[in-house]
Design a protein around this ligand. Structure first.
Ligand SMILES: *Cc1c(COP(=O)(O)O)cnc(C)c1O
Length: 384
């Protein structure tokens, strides 16, 4: 049976090598179907590792700027979440981390550059603190856009990573569709990866089920295989040099936008942004009652897909606009976006209702997003 799918297994094996080279990890699984499931796998692997050593840990440390899936994952895996404060620069407060590190800590989950788009430049010290305390480091690599070909989480002391192929390796963030969140680990965690793993024996490939310490299977066959093919083609087309260029352009584009728009919008964290930048509409709200949501809806009138809003969370950044142009936008497109945002900020002062009633040209106007999420209508019925 396996001889009929040798090319598919070879592709998985080769893609694993691409991700190992990019991340500095020693082995990967492609089973997780999204970043959130990758986190579940990664934290389960950390749990299995501590258990195999006869240690029971209770706490996962997570910075206050973290993506919501991080604390959700840790809680799902039975851990208590303790939050680490961010500094004014937008980075992890190392003193706060030190004070919360204890023998109960299973690990720290970190995104780098974090969700403020800021590089954690004290990462080596952070990794030392966590490892010395007996914990492991989980890297939320949902977005590797700033890192590709520049530096590697494996070299920064991370033990586990997940990478979102549907963000960094082809599909634009927010593009919808199927996901793929492969998880990579360092050698000491490889026995715990989901089974089976793709193994090579000379010129033939097989699936290795002989993994007594594995956390088990987490997906049918091997996750969303089609997404892996897509990422594989993308990696082969770009090559190492192309990937490096990708991250350079992503960082340049984000900085261009932020430098131009920080004259018009608030900028809550002072450090230089990497592949994404956080602006805030808090001043528009204070002066004119116009919110980040209103700005986002008005952008639709200007023909732009709005950026992520209200993330990072209001407790760390009120009225957040998280702008991530990626590497693919042209200078003309970036300038058009900056111009639209500048106009919108002006409109907020002159005619706030124009923003509050936006979008104006779409088939449906403002949707009730909370009801859409809580009572989704997923199927058309003739009597509805
Ligand atoms: C998108 C994202 C996730 C979750 O990934 P999904 O594929 O949506 O489950 C986790 N962390 C960060 C930082 C993200 O940007």
């Amino acid at each position: 049976m396996l001889e009929t799918c040798q090319p598919a297994l070879r592709m998985l094996w080769e893609m694993e090598h691409v991700l190992k080279a990019v991340s500095g990890m020693d082995g990967f699984t492609f089973q997780p179907a999204a970043g959130a499931q990758g986190e579940f796998v990664g934290i389960s692997v950390i749990e299995a590792y501590h258990r195999a050593r006869g240690e029971e840990k209770k706490v996962v440390l997570i910075p206050d700027s973290a993506h919501g899936t991080n604390p959700a994952t840790a809680a799902m895996c039975g851990y208590r979440v303790e939050e680490i404060r961010s500094t004014e620069r937008g980075t992890v407060d190392v003193n706060d981390l030190k004070s919360k590190m204890s023998g109960e800590v299973a690990g720290l989950m970190l995104t780098n550059p974090n969700t403020f788009g800021v590089f954690e430049d004290e990462i080596l010290e952070i990794a030392g603190i966590v490892h010395e305390g007996g914990g492991l480091l989980y890297y939320d690599g949902a977005n590797l856009n700033a890192f590709l070909g520049q530096c590697r989480p494996g070299d920064m002391g991370f033990d586990v990573v997940h990478i979102n192929l549907h963000k960094t390796f082809t599909t634009p963030h927010g593009g919808g569709g199927p996901g793929s969140g492969p998880v990579g680990v360092k050698a000491h965690l490889m026995p715990f990866l989901p089974l089976p793993v793709v193994a090579r024996d000379g010129d033939t490939f097989h699936l290795d089920f002989d993994r007594p310490q594995s956390i088990g299977k987490v997906s049918s066959f091997y996750g969303n295989f089609g997404m892996v093919i897509r990422a594989y083609v993308y990696a082969l087309m770009l090559g190492a040099e192309g990937m490096r260029r990708t991250s350079e352009m992503a960082v340049l584009n984000a900085n261009y936008i932020v430098r131009k728009l920080e004259k018009v919008f608030d900028r809550p964290k002072s450090s230089q942004p990497m592949h994404e930048g956080v602006l805030s509409a808090a001043h528009l709200k204070k002066d004119h009652g116009v919110t980040a949501l209103d700005v986002a809806k008005r952008l639709i009138d200007y023909g732009f897909h709005p950026p992520t809003i209200y993330f990072p969370l209001p407790k760390v950044c009120p009225e957040a606009l998280l702008i991530e142009p990626t590497e693919t936008e042209s200078l003309e497109q970036l300038d058009a976006f900056i111009e639209a945002m500048t106009q919108i900020a002006k409109e907020a002062g002159e005619d706030p209702d124009l923003l509050k009633s936006a979008p104006h040209d779409t088939p449906v106007r403002r949707l009730d997003e909370a009801t859409a999420a809580r009572k989704p209508v997923l199927r058309w019925r003739p009597d509805d």
